[in-house]
Design a protein around this ligand. Structure first.
Ligand SMILES: [Cu+2]
Length: 214
């Protein structure tokens, strides 16, 4: 799924980075494993030929020591630091509070629908959200019953909606468009039907929409 906003973009980049780094580490591990098994096999053959059960396996040489220190300590440390730093940077990219220029909309989960309310205009919607594009929108998430989770992957990460408090999820669309969302916390029989359509409109179209629906 292609990210359609800066927050989702940042998350998608981290996902790609973790996938690629994980694949490279796994491939490297498999290669070393195969080499190790084959060498061990050769050493075993040697023991059979000479009858010497204490014949060295070649692990005490300086080059193999460097392989153990480099591949077993230094390389994993580098990978962990890179992954940690990248993850931290992405987390810092994701706003946890409404930015100053954000528009606030209340989104309340209720088995099995999303009730949307615009505090400024009083507009109310169900299972759909209309937002201005190119501007952060702070969704005040709550629930009236069980825990739900608001998730529109193309715009932002997912965030739980609790019955006893408000969570703020900041979403942002890079341009006008339509984006689908889904409740991401199993909430009962019709959980799968708890969907959401987010329509991002240009600033002027959004103003027109607001006036028409006020
Ligand atoms: Cu739900």
């Amino acid at each position: 799924m292609i990210p359609e906003g800066p927050i989702a973009e940042s998350i998608a980049q981290l996902t790609l980075a973790l996938t690629v780094i994980g694949a490279v580490v796994y491939a490297g591990f498999l290669i070393v494993l195969v080499i190790g098994v084959r060498r061990r096999g050769e050493a075993d053959d040697e023991q059979v030929v000479t009858g010497d059960r204490d014949a060295p396996l070649g692990l005490g040489t300086p080059s193999s020591r460097w392989l153990v220190i480099g591949g077993g300590v230094v390389l994993p440390a580098v990978v962990v630091v890179v992954v940690f730093a990248w993850t931290l940077e992405t987390m810092l990219d994701i706003p946890v509070r409404a930015p100053a220029d954000a528009m606030t909309i209340e989104v309340v989960g209720e088995r099995w629908q999303w009730n949307v309310r615009y505090p400024e205009s009083g507009i109310e919607l169900t299972d759909e959200l209309v937002i201005p594009a190119d501007r952060p929108v702070a969704l005040e998430l709550r629930s009236v019953d069980v825990i739900h989770s608001f998730w529109v992957p193309q715009l932002a990460g997912k965030l739980d909606a609790f019955p006893d408090g408000t969570n703020v999820l900041v979403v942002q669309a890079a341009g006008p468009g339509e984006f689908r969302g889904q409740c991401a916390e199993f909430c009962g029989l019709l959980h799968a039907d708890m969907t959401m359509v987010v329509t991002a409109l240009s600033e002027s179209d959004f103003e027109r929409w607001t006036e028409a629906n006020r």
